[in-house]
Design a protein around this ligand. Sequence first.
Ligand SMILES: Cc1cc2nc3c(=O)[nH]c(=O)nc-3n(C[C@H](O)[C@H](O)[C@H](O)COP(=O)(O)OP(=O)(O)OC[C@H]3O[C@@H](n4cnc5c(N)ncnc54)[C@H](O)[C@@H]3O)c2cc1C
Length: 543
Amino acid sequence: MKIVDSDYFVVGSGMSGLMSALHLAAYGKVTLVTKGRLKDCNTNFAQGGICCVMDPADTFDRHARDTMIAGAWLGKTEIVHEICEHAPEGIQDLIDCGVKFAKRKDGSWDLTREGGHSARRIFHAGDITGEKCEAAMIRKIRKSSVDVREDTIVIDLVMTRRIGLKGENRCIGAYVMDKASGEIYAIRSPNTILATGGCGKVYLYTCNPDTATGDGIALAWRAGAKIENMEFIQFHPTCLYHPQAKRFLISEAVRGEGAELVNKYGRPFMQKYDPRGSLAPRDIVARSIDSEMKRTGDDCMFLDIRKKGRAYLINRFPNIYHKCMEFGIDMAKDLIPIVPAAHYTCGGIQATTDGRTSIKGLSAVGECASTGLHGANRLASNSLMEALVCARMTASRLGPHPERWGTGNGERGTGNRERGTGMPDIPAWRIGNAVPPDEAVLVSHMWDEIRRLMWDYVGIVRTNKRLARAAHRIKTLRREIREYYFRYLVTPDTLELRNLAVCAELIVRCALKRHESRGLHYTLDYPRQSKRIRQTVIEGFRG
Ligand SMILES: Cc1cc2nc3c(=O)[nH]c(=O)nc-3n(C[C@H](O)[C@H](O)[C@H](O)COP(=O)(O)OP(=O)(O)OC[C@H]3O[C@@H](n4cnc5c(N)ncnc54)[C@H](O)[C@@H]3O)c2cc1C
């Protein structure tokens, strides 16, 4: 089996992976793998922008306070301050990549404001900030020394204990699959950095792209890492409901400009949930839509902004107007079908701001990590800021002081600084008696079942009974997936299905452990917020 040695091994090509790789390239050989093309990631779809205090009238303390309030006080105060205060360096990193953030006529930054922010502090590049940032980082990485491997999916991390080595269990790389050729080989490195994003695809409705299957979280958990706060999944209230309109968001600004949430008969329903009606905060709106859908059995609810007239709509919401038109929905004449959709994974692999996880040799950055910034709910536009800051900090830790083989408890080897030397051999990937899969329909069926049951039982409004039902079904599905996984040769689809099922289980386990409603976790069995502040931690798999 081929083994590729590298000083640093980065998994993922969103903001956190590309930035980590760009910083680390100054210190040694970096290999970056990504399971699609470089731009296939959540980062590419970010619309709003990136938080960073820059206005002299604003302060880091105010930003930190807004973040703590949004997170229902579950965020970790020092972490929140640390990340907010380092945001300007992260923004500068993007400017150095060539990102042109919007400016006013007088040359000052055109900072915008979103829900939950007490000041204008969001850098943006129109409503395609993520795309602009991604393109700039890709241009830079293409010119760098980073060894980029697209269409390469990580199968599993290589852990020393699993390959029969004594001493402290540590990560020394991963088995990967070249999706085009099907070849499985290993990338060996004392420094593996997961930047694999969230797990939005675990829900039936999501605005996340297909890459968001929670692979990194599942890989880390299988490797024995601690996972936390997975019950906090943020739902965007208004994702366009149309079979071809995957992940298109109808901005909350549409409600801000007077759109009403209505049922299929055009009757408004928000007043019975909140006196602010359609202008209630995001979580309440998402919960109310979910409740109406469950009560009526309808597939979606609607936004009604017909009263504003065509000329106004074209001028104020050109992108949304044209996108709806593409799907045959005329905002000036029709109701816009919407559903709430999974948007952001607040929890993940327990990690410090400089990427340290509970496993030696394994770091985690970005949406797959849980640093303590978001607490029980993410403040808008804080996630790209976290990715930038934590990528920089992780590189500052690992660059000058990389993990080396031979420095751990009982590790044999030379600990030689030279790349790869002294590192243990990695056994070839074993296929056992596996045969080529002949019933792909089983995979798609199980995939659909997980996403549907997570939507129905572990969605926006939860109960103990629904969670218990989900836990039971996921247990059975995970057993069936395990059997399938060992019977047939691995494919990217089976790998993602296996990871999705682990994430589903982790969300349910965390949700069952939280006996209160806080932030994004709302349960009818414990509707109040507890006085006790507690993170939900799940120990890694010890099989
Ligand atoms: C529609 C939308 C709008 C958003 N708007 C904003 C916004 O305005 N502001 C903001 O701050 N945040 C926003 N977010 C959230 C933000 O985009 C994400 O949190 C952020 O981009 C995550 O970056 P990341 O690098 O951690 O992960 P991602 O950008 O998701 O990148 C993950 C990468 O890992 C790769 N990968 C995953 N598994 C594997 C594997 N097994 N093997 C190899 N590669 C793998 C993927 O292919 C991908 O390249 C938005 C999200 C969405 C979906």
